[in-house]
Design a protein around this ligand. Structure first.
Ligand code: SAH
Length: 449
């Protein structure tokens, strides 16, 4: 039996979902943060469960030829990135293999998975950042714990808004705005959230507060606007709930507009503080273009865009569809979606606010169907009631956009057991330097070609 604090020298034989190295000690699976496949490493057991354990990397005895010096000085502490020590080409390979292996395990065979499409410059790509604050500090959480790791700059964030967040925090501290304590649930400022439309340079800054008002709001806003005169929107978001959810439901505009706009492939999108918008605009344009190509629309199709957010996919594909019906659960996002259709002069789209698993079965019963369905669910994947309806409906094609291979594999297993065939699997690297994997998958209905 392996014990805590025992030390070993091991060969790393694989990589896990979170970018950890995996070694076997006499068959006992051990996860080692910071270790890479094909390395020989010295480790110390931190936690030994019955079937698997976690170990600390003490020393890399024989490094992998794909190991790289991480660009960020706090990489080993911060919970944000977990692959900076692996050369980028190999990050892509790792993600491709992760999709392959996860699908194979669930489906019982390995569908053809294309190589993940990477970025030319895989840094500073994020248009949105959510910085926790605590005890006079701003940074990111360590990962498994909420210890706050400060960083002078974050190498995956947009450079300008990364600086803005830190300047804005300094200003709140000058006015002695207290920071929230997760244990006592006291204190006001919880998070600073930034968002930038990288193709419009429109910036939104959100203070998430455990109070109805941000103290010294006027003075703080004035100082920020002096430093960043082009800022488009400053918002206070009220979140008085305990727990890990970052944003509350109420937003109060402190300065400027209550939305920003971004541009993607010639379309313009309004984005509210509570609306989802993909964090990597370069790869998003690519992903949506790919998804549209996969759908192979001719202009005669009825299309569903489920989990539609602010209507991005609907608007992308509208010119090649007869009509598009988008469903999304967040009311502000649906408001944005409707405005975005107008903004882009698109008439053949309709948006409804509600849960996809409730709206679609109901609409289907009323006789509404789709030839092509786009689904782009959150990490937990599609609800079973929605999948049941998609199977009954026998749409010609489903284009599934996924940010979580595990739930993707579960949903594809059900769809392929019930009349659909996987035709294309294309991972796209939306989150370089991290272990997150995104991809577009096209399925065709075997009865309906
Ligand atoms: N397709 C959009 C959004 C994808 S993110 C884009 O590319 O920008 C997933 C979206 O699903 C989020 O906007 C989230 O609010 C929404 N959502 C989560 N659960 C849902 C449900 N049960 N029904 C409909 N939408 C849901």
């Amino acid at each position: 039996m392996i014990q805590k604090n025992e030390e070993f020298e091991v060969d790393v034989v694989d990589m896990g979902f979170e970018g950890e190295g995996i070694a076997k000690i006499n068959g006992y699976t051990t996860f080692i943060k910071g270790a890479l496949k094909n390395e020989k490493v010295k480790i110390k057991i931190l936690k030994a469960n019955k079937d698997f354990g976690f170990a600390k990397l003490l020393e890399v005895v024989e490094p992998s030829e794909n190991r790289e010096e991480p660009i960020c000085p706090v990489f080993s502490k911060c919970g944000g990135c977990n692959l900076q020590h692996l050369v980028y080409e190999d990050q892509l390979l790792l993600k491709t293999n992760l999709v392959k292996n996860t699908l194979k395990k669930s489906l019982g065979y390995e569908p053809l998975v294309e190589n993940a499409i990477g970025m030319v410059i895989p840094y500073n790509y994020r248009n949105k950042a959510q910085y926790p604050v605590a005890d006079g500090k701003i940074g990111f959480y360590a990962g498994r714990t909420h210890a706050l790791i400060e960083n002078e700059k974050c190498f995956i964030q947009n450079t300008l808004t990364d600086r803005l967040a830190k300047d804005a925090f300094k200003i709140t501290q000058k006015y002695n705005v207290s920071t929230y304590n997760e244990k006592s649930c006291e204190g006001i400022l919880r998070h600073i959230v930034t968002r930038i439309g990288v193709n419009t340079n429109e910036i939104m800054l959100t203070f998430v507060i455990n109070a109805d008002e941000l103290p010294h709001a006027n003075e703080i806003v004035n100082e920020i606007v002096d430093l960043y005169p082009t800022i488009k929107s400053i918002v206070a978001n009220v979140n008085k709930e305990n727990g890990n959810v970052i944003l509350g439901k109420t937003c109060k505009t402190l300065f400027g507009s209550d939305f920003i706009e971004d541009e993607l492939e010639g379309f313009r999108f309004k984005i509210s503080p509570l609306s989802f918008y993909q964090v990597n605009p370069v790869q998003t344009a690519l992903l949506y273009t790919l998804a549209k190509d996969m759908a192979g629309l001719s202009g005669n199709e009825n299309v569903f865009d489920l989990y539609c957010g602010i209507g991005t996919i609907s608007i992308f594909v509208a010119d090649k569809a007869k009509n598009v019906f988008g469903v999304e659960v967040v009311p502000q996002a649906i408001e944005n979606a409707k405005e975005n259709a107008k903004l882009n002069n698109i008439q053949n789209v309709e948006f409804i606010c509600g849960k996809a698993e409730e709206i679609i079965p109901k609409k289907y019963k009323e006789g509404m169907t789709a030839d092509v369905v786009f689904v782009d669910p959150p990490r937990k994947g599609c609800d079973q009631k929605l999948l049941d309806t998609l199977v009954e409906m026998e749409s010609k094609k489903i284009v599934y956009i996924s940010c979580n291979p595990a739930t993707l594999a579960r949903d594809l297993k059900f769809l392929t057991d019930n009349g659909y065939e996987i035709k294309e699997v294309q991972p796209v690297d939306m989150f370089p330097q991290t272990c997150h994997v995104e991809g577009a998958i096209m399925l065709e209905n075997a009865n309906n070609r």
